[in-house]
Each structure stands twice: as C-alpha cells, then as structure tokens.
Ligand binder design. Sequence first.
Ligand SMILES: [Zn+2]
Length: 434
Amino acid sequence: MHFKQVIPICNPADPLTTIDQLASLKQARSTRRLTVPSLTEGGAARFKFLHTCFGGAITENNVGDFMSEYPEFAESARLPKALLHPSATRQLVPCHCCTRTHMRKENSPPPSTKQPAPLEEVHLDLFTYPDDPRYDAFFIDRCTRACWHYVLSQKSDLPAIVQQFVVDVNTLNHPVGSIYYSIETNKKYGIDAKAVNDYLAERKRPQRLRILYTDGAGESASDGFEEFLADLSIQHHMSIPESQHQNGLAEHGGGWRLVNMVRHDLDLSGLGPSFRRFCSSLNAQRMNYLPHSALQGRTPASILYPDRSLPFKYFLPFGCKATVLKGAAVRKANKLDPRGRDGVYIGTASPYGMQGFLVYLYPESGKGYGTVVVATHAKFDLNFFPARRNNKRVADFFATLPARTEERHVIEDLCDEDGILELEIGRASCRERV
Ligand SMILES: [Zn+2]
C-alpha cells in the first residue's frame, strides 16, 4: 500500500506563510489518513504459521475476532496487535495455497436467520470420495455451528453413525467424532433406539437433538431408520438430493469450509488421500475454534464448551515432521538404535478421548503400512514436510508450490533450450545457468 506522506509545507506561525500555503496545509491535514499499525515481517510470519495450523481457515478476515476471543493465546503466540486493525491485515500478501484450494464459481446462499437452541437442529452431510473410507459424515449444529466428523466405508453404515452421533452429542462434553461408547445390538444396521434411550436415561442425559436435516442420499434407504429417529423423538427433514440450498448449512457453511481446509492441508503437506480421514477429523476440531459471522465473531467452542481448555498447542501444520520416543521395551532391547521414530503430524488425540498428538510413523522396514500412534511427547519440525516432492522445508507458508509439483519440472518449463533461465527484474535482467 502506498500512502502519500504529508509534509508540512510551511509553518502557520511563520509570518512569511502565504494564504495559499495555509489553505494547502489545512487541506492536507483534513485528508491525512489515520496511521495504520504496520505489520513486521516476524509478526506476519507468526500469522502465516497460525493460518497453516488451522488449515488455512484463520484469515485476515477473522484473525481479529480470533484474537479477541482468545486473548491469552494471542498474547502467548505473540500475534501482532496490528492484526486487530482491519486495514493492517490488508498489508498481508495472499497465500498461494489458499488461492489454489479455494477456487470457486458460485456464491454461497444467504445464511438463514432462524435461531434454534444449541444442539436442537443439526445438519448432516455426506461427502463421497474415491478412496476408502469412501464417505465423510459431517454434522453441524445450526445454533452454535459446532461440527462433528465421522468416517464411513459404506453408505449402509450411516444409520449406525447417526446413532453414534446421538449418543456422543448428548453425553460428551466435547464430541468430535469419536467412539467412546457404542451401542451393541443385533438389529439390522446396528441401530436400536431403545438401547440409546436406556443409555441416556441411565446417565440422566436428556436427548436434545430435535431435527436432523439431511439430503436423503443414503440413510433413508435403510429400513428402520425413520422408526429409529421417531423413537428418539427426532424429526427427519430431507432436502431434495442435489438441491444443495435446502441443506445449505452443512454443504456451504460447514462442508465448503471443511473441504477447503482439507485441500489446504493436503496441498501443503503432500500427504495422499489415505490421510484424508485424519485431515477431516483435525479440521472438524479446528473449525470449532474459528470465529463465525453468524455468531457475531464468537466461536462454536466458546458457546458450547466455555470451560474446556484450549487445544491450540495440539494444532500444528498438518503433515509436518514428527519424531516420537520409542517404547521402553524396544529401547531396552536395541540399545544402539536411535531412540526415536520418525513420522508426520496428522492431528490431535482428542477423538480418542486423550490429550496428545496423532502421529503417523513410517513403516520400520521401509515397506508395508505405517502405524498411527498417540504421542504425548514428540518433537516436531514445524516447517519440514517429508511428503512434499519439492521444497520439503517450507520457508514461507504463504509462498509454496503445490506439494506434488516436481520442482525440477517447474525450472525446466521456465528455461529456454540453452538451459538458461532469464528473469526480468525491473530494468536489470539477470541470467542464471541451471
Ligand atoms: Zn492459505
């Protein structure tokens, strides 16, 4: 941004100052702009890191709200105060990852103004993917915008997932798509309204969910699903399949945001689709801490779980390098082996009811599958992404190539046949042999 600097052209107290000069001075004063706090390079870098730790969902538009909602965290993370100033955020450069991953055509429908109580009305949406697990079930609460994420291998698992959600949402303080308790039943699709009601009654938990909105794409085909919902006093509202506006909250308000965050993480980290389930789960957790315009800048978690401690230390850039300490027995058996095992950060242990990090460890022999572990202590290299093909060490989170691009090809494409890369920089041109 360029500001015209206002320099006093004369001193009004000076008897030699002319009328014209005075008028010009007044004019300059009246048009002087308020000073905008400037953003230092270090401050901008800390903002970029936070942006990356939230799958790209904390942006210049909501970082001010985020800092006001979590002032202590903002202080400890040394987020620049300038970001509270809306015009200071305009000094930020765009994030390349966001530009790539958020491309879209249509505008989202206007938000509905209806205001139900927390957890009374929930939207469910299924996202289909070509790889196993084939589906992500994404629930979003209309009142608080809190969200829950579950994975399914097949559509016929959906009734059981809805049942799990009903149990989780009514019993847990912070459900994020976890299996703490599951109902065992011999009934078809594993759903049993009586067992759910008994379970909740035993714990003196009222069943709060009143309306479930879905697009009717899979669940309605299952026998007994409607009766199951009716027995739990849940109304089922269906929108016409493919008519996204009727179930717009899950598909646009939540789903669009979630999928963007997943794309942002996968684009940056270079991790493949088999990591999507972890990525979606992490982003559903991150979303509960994002300020929402429908909540006047507050976050779902600050409304629904005001007393819960903040999980920010567990939100790291998805796919960054992690090293965890091996178990005591293994360390003892092979004393000369390295004591740590390498892997990548893929989320938090919160869906498993634990505090810690989820780390994917590479297969030890170099082949086969790796393992996912919960680590309470791990060392992270926060800007090193082992799965990236180019620039594994990301110097600037906002200026990255897609993880899957081979850097060599980019350079080759830019070069002419003699292997000379010409860069025009202003009037001077520089030549570099590659
Ligand atoms: Zn971004």
